[in-house]
Design a protein around this ligand. Structure first.
Ligand SMILES: Cc1cc2nc3c(=O)[nH]c(=O)nc-3n(C[C@H](O)[C@H](O)[C@H](O)COP(=O)(O)O)c2cc1C
Length: 227
């Protein structure tokens, strides 16, 4: 295999969702460099439907404090991530994720208090020095959300290539109004997700999680090939 292929494959296979970061700051120039590559992601009719809000220092801490208070409020809004009829194929994968994730935290999946403590770590951006919030015009259709996914992966690989780690986080979509007010978002902007960005703490047990993937035969059909 040529070195380009090896480098690309190694970039993709070494990326993972990191949930424990070092406090080492990330210079603004480096974040701009990462975004300069991410913005090259393709989009339908080239509309580039992404808006990125990059927080660090006191504003990031202030947002985290508000989110933690809301998270700990039993009356606050909840986010339904999936339909109730998820189906066995996805349900099994989700359950495996839960077993590995909460197993690592030594949390019983029936212990709702402990689970809430663990999920609350999301709102502290897992200790990362940089928090990103991604928004989209809410009148756009699902095709533009496809664009967004491509943008996010390009951003994560751009960060990974520069020795930085990320965790994409849908958890932030739970607090649309709170985050919208905090960031003074224009009307009609919807939060897609957040992301933690920084240097991984390679000694943290939390970062030892390796999520399995289904084999290619499970997701692809080859039609019209000889064999
Ligand atoms: C759109 C999206 C939203 C996610 N939201 C969260 C989240 O809110 N909290 C979290 O800890 N991980 C979140 N993840 C990370 C996934 O759990 C992780 O990508 C998946 O388990 C595969 O593991 P890997 O990224 O380490 O390969 C999210 C990933 C994606 C792509």
């Amino acid at each position: 295999m040529n070195s380009r292929v090896l480098e690309f494959d190694s970039l993709v296979t070494s990326r993972r969702a990191v949930r424990a970061f070092l406090p080492t700051p990330v210079p603004k120039t480096l974040i701009s460099e990462i975004l300069d590559i991410a913005r090259l992601a393709p989009s339908n009719s080239n509309i580039q439907p992404w808006n990125v809000h990059v927080l660090t220092g006191e504003p990031k801490q202030a947002l985290s404090a508000l989110l933690m208070a809301a998270h700990n409020d039993p009356h606050s809004e909840q986010l339904t991530h999936f339909p109730s009829d998820l189906g066995q194929r996805y349900r099994q994968r989700q359950e495996l994720f839960g077993a590995l994730f909460y197993g690592l935290h030594q949390v019983d999946k029936c212990d709702t208090g402990a689970r809430a403590r663990v999920s609350g770590l999301n709102f502290e951006f897992f200790g990362a020095p940089v928090g990103l919030i991604f928004t989209i015009d809410s009148n756009l259709k699902k095709y533009s959300w496809v664009d967004y996914g491509i943008f996010l992966q390009t951003l994560m690989l751009s960060a990974q290539a520069r020795g930085l780690a990320t965790c994409p986080q849908v958890s932030f979509a739970r607090f649309q109004n709170l985050i919208g007010d905090f960031l003074h978002l224009d009307d009609g902007q919807e939060i897609v997700c957040g992301m933690s960005l920084g240097y991984a703490d390679d000694n943290a047990l939390l970062n030892s999680l390796r999520m399995p993937r289904a084999p290619t035969e499970e997701l692809a059909r080859f039609i019209g090939f000889d064999q």
